[in-house]
Design a protein around this ligand. Structure first.
Ligand code: ADP
Ligand code: ASP
Ligand code: MG
Length: 814
């Protein structure tokens, strides 16, 4: 004999019920017991109607009409016309009784748990009746049984306790005597010994199926639902979650107890006691293997099998000096909670015995505070115990696995993963079985925590990086293209999955949690909402993704003032914008310190030498104990381009214009030509070498005529270059006369930095610097005479974009 249970979604409408019939038909060579839930959502609707009527709200009638329509429509679609009238009239007559019950509640303006159970029972009563009638019309040898005549409970309503003795006898008798191959019964509903309707708790149809499976010693219990098994985490919150092929009863129980809703927790016990295997299958993808829950050991080497979570948790803490060494405090604490039927989900007690803290459902917290304070009134008045503390808006996440006990370091890995993602842990508990490690966290952090843990424990180190990109000019556009091109490679080779979730330019911004398609980001962005830097940050913060990275591809001072908000919320920042790192030292320091405190990398490799690994090398030198003695560098790709192309055959103006057009200069080329850009770069290198320097401390011997320096827009600036062509030609001729080349050099030595145009003689390391190349010479304690040299293309959108990309990959490997 097999027992198959179909949940609410599986029987939500005629179309789904016909899929159910197909499944039942294929396995009905044997005797089959089919347990069904109410049509999807009907239980909630019935409870809503009951609630409205008890509040004397006439709208219950509309809700009732909705319920009626759902059922009648389903019958009309499933049952051939000639057979419809009997079924329809039976349903109408049941609904009339339901209407009377609701009207009764409306008139007295009250609803008892008993009446509520009576009302809610209609869901399963009707669904099971309709489905059995449909099966019969489909030539299946089927019959209906009212499960209230089989499952007998105590008198407690809304979550009654089953009397297994009577129930087992009822089931054994009924199923051995029935001549039918297929018996359809409603889940969830039962009756007390006195014949009053009761129910087994929300989600309880699974339990009904397990009770019957155990009673009749079924060969298998199949739970058919809307997902392909028990997943490594709730698939609605963790996209990468996968069905677990095999799992032990205990693991499944632990997962379901901690929120894996796919299985109602009490379901396991009856099948476990009889060793009946339990399968979870997908009605909509019957070919999927699903999950097999048995006694057998799980796959070797697997420690963490699943991650589950319970939302709507509150913490209740009792503490005070009067608790130390006094026996009986905990007993009293738990006694009052139990008397009030408040169930405790998690317990921790500090070893000093100074406090006990329990996790309970948030729905119970107000009541709990009141009864505990009452119970300890005497101690509270005398200051021995503090009034109980309640914390709301929390959730529990739990790692579950039988083999976790034989492995060290799992909790360390769990907590460091949460820590890295700035998920604050309020309380930790590890079950005595060591099958479960639980942490209480903020409700708002659940999605991030689940995904981060899932990535750590299940995704073979595939790490999801969530990018929020601002600026899509020269560099930004190239960057997006590179991400688009490299996505597949990174996933396969570096196990990094990069998604751009937010994108903004100065006009519009867009967000797409599934990842903005990068092939046509221009159109997507153009149709976005109005851009706003603050709202952009708010959105990134509110999305609260793990591994979130804000990427600044702008040259905007305003954007650079938002970094502290990102870093302060554990969102990494990658930027090619030099303004923040060359602003006041205190600001640079603050950003670095926020990055450390909140575990959010702040990377700006492209601030110096575009994609060249200059800052990274400097960091490694210092981290390994080296000391910087002197830095000499040509750091302006733009100026190098200009002076390499400028000669007596060209004009200074044209060369600068060309540099601008080819993307070698800042949008405002004066920032490059005045030396400000190089000042910023040497300042950043000096700071990264451990020196506290301000931009004003840098000596700048500008080669530009004062008139050019004084211009305040690009047109005037370019006009001044034309005017002073003779002056620029002379600079060139003087250098040529000394067989030298003009290079704009930055230098840092003994705490002093300077920048300026120099005539570099033949033979010097800088002499042959081509195109827009940069070069940096690091003289250090380990490289005192022959400096460490880094040289290569130091400007241009492509190399800058790839430098940003490299920073992002650094974060991925962090
Ligand atoms: P049914 O109505 O078939 O009983 P439920 O809604 O009670 O279905 O349970 C199935 C749902 O459980 C899934 O749609 C999924 O959203 C949720 N769920 C939560 N955690 C898990 C998990 N670890 N594995 C599978 N499903 C889960
Ligand atoms: N219909 C009930 C509920 O929604 C029982 C179940 O579906 O398992 O809770
Ligand atoms: Mg369910």
């Amino acid at each position: 004999m097999k027992v198959l249970k179909f949940g609410g979604t599986s029987v939500a409408n005629a179309q789904n019920i016909s899929l159910v019939k197909d499944i039942v038909a294929t396995c009905a060579t044997d005797k089959c017991i089919i347990i069904v839930s109410a049509l999807g959502g009907v239980t909630d609707t019935l409870l809503n109607a009951a609630d409205l009527s008890s509040k004397k709200d006439e709208r219950y009638k509309t809700v009732l009409k909705e319920i009626e329509k759902r059922h009648l429509d389903t019958v009309k679609s499933l049952i051939p016309i000639h057979g419809q009238s009997t079924v329809l009239s039976k349903i109408k007559s049941e609904l009339n009784t339901l209407e009377d019950l609701l009207e009764g509640a409306f008139l007295i303006g009250e609803i008892t748990p008993q009446l509520s159970d009576k009302i809610v029972s209609y869901g399963e009563m009707l669904s099971s009746y309709i489905i059995s009638e449909y099966f019969q019309h489909q030539q299946l040898n089927a019959a209906h049984v009212d499960s209230r005549t089989l499952i007998v409970t105590n008198e407690v309503n809304e979550k009654a306790a089953v009397n297994f003795k009577i129930t087992n006898t009822n089931c054994q008798k009924f199923f051995s005597e029935t001549p039918h191959k297929i018996i359809v019964a409603g889940g969830f509903i039962a009756s007390s010994e006195n014949g009053n309707p009761t129910t087994l708790g929300r989600g309880g149809s699974d339990f009904t199926a397990a009770i019957i499976a155990a009673a009749v010693n079924a060969e298998v219990l199949q739970i058919w639902t809307d997902v392909s098994g028990m997943y490594t985490a709730n698939p609605k919150l963790v996209k990468q979650a996968k069905a677990i092929p095999n799992i032990s009863y205990e693991e499944a129980m632990e997962l379901s107890h901690f929120g894996a809703k796919v299985l109602y927790p009490p379901t396991i016990q009856p099948v476990l006691s009889k060793g009946i295997s339990l399968e979870i299958k997908n009605t909509f993808r019957p070919e999927d293997k699903g999950t097999l829950i048995t006694k057998s050991q799980n796959e070797k080497g697997k420690t963490v099998r699943g991650i589950s979570h319970v939302e709507n948790i509150a913490l209740l803490s009792l503490e005070g000096p009067g608790m130390v060494g006094i026996p009986g405090i905990s007993k009293r604490f738990f006694e009052v909670l139990s008397q009030a039927e408040i169930s405790v989900v998690l317990i921790t007690q500090a070893s000093s015995e100074h406090s006990i803290c329990v996790g309970i459902s948030a729905d119970d917290i107000d009541k709990a505070v009141q009864i505990v304070n009452n119970a300890f009134e005497y101690e509270i008045e005398r200051g021995k115990i503090k009034p109980v503390i309640a914390e709301k808006n929390l959730a529990i996440i739990a790692l579950v696995g039988d083999n976790m006990k034989s492995h060290q370091g799992l909790s360390g890995k769990m907590f460091s993963t949460l820590g890295k993602n700035n998920v604050n842990i309020r309380v930790i508990a590890q079950g005595a079985s060591e099958r479960n490690i639980s942490a209480v966290i903020k409700k708002d952090d659940v999605k991030k925590a689940l995904n981060a843990l899932h990535e750590e424990f299940f995704e073979e180190n595939i790490k999801q990086l969530n990018l929020f990109v601002m600026g899509v000019g020269n560099v930004g556009a190239k960057f997006l293209n590179q991400v688009c091109q490299q996505k597949k490679y990174l996933k396969e080779n570096l196990k990094l999955n990069i998604r751009v979730i937010g994108l903004s330019n100065s006009r519009t911004m867009v967000f797409d949690e599934g990842g903005i398609p990068l092939k046509n980001w221009e159109d997507t962005l153009a149709s976005g909402e109005k851009a706003n830097k603050e709202q952009f940050f708010e959105k990134v913060n509110q999305l609260n993704y793990r591994n979130s990275i804000f990427v600044d591809n702008t040259a905007s001072a305003e954007v650079s003032t938002t970094y502290n908000s990102y870093l302060g919320n554990s969102i990494s920042v990658v930027t090619c914008n030099k303004i923040a790192c060359s602003s006041e030292y205190s600001n640079y320091q603050e950003l670095k310190s926020l990055a450390r405190t909140y575990n959010a990398p702040f990377l700006f490799e492209t601030n110096v030498g575009a994609g060249l690994p200059i800052i990274d090398t400097l960091k490694h030198l210092i981290a390994s104990g080296d000391k910087i003695l002197k830095i000499q560098a040509v750091l302006s790709g733009s100026l190098n381009f200009v002076f390499n192309n400028f000669n007596d055959q060209t004009s200074f103006h044209d060369v600068v214009k060309q540099a601008q057009e080819e993307g070698y200069t800042e949008p405002d080329p004066k920032i490059d030509l005045s030396g400000v850009d190089v000042m910023r770069k040497i300042l950043i290198l000096a700071r990264e070498s451990g020196n506290q320097l301000e931009i004003d401390d840098i000596e700048n011997k500008s080669f530009l005529p004062q008139e050019s320096l004084d211009t305040d827009n690009n047109d005037d600036f370019f006009a001044s270059l034309v005017k002073y062509e003779g002056y620029f030609q002379k600079l060139y001729a003087d250098a040529v006369a000394k067989e030298s080349k003009l290079k704009y050099v930055a230098q840092f030595e003994e705490g002093k930095a300077s920048v300026g145009l120099q005539e570099i003689p033949k033979g010097h390391d800088f002499y042959n610097l081509e195109g827009s190349d940069n070069i940096v010479l690091f003289y250090t304690e380990r490289y005192p005479n022959q400096p460490m040299i880094i040289k290569g293309a130091g400007a241009g959108a492509d190399v800058t974009a790839s430098g940003i990309f490299a920073d992002i990959i650094r974060i991925g490997n962090f």
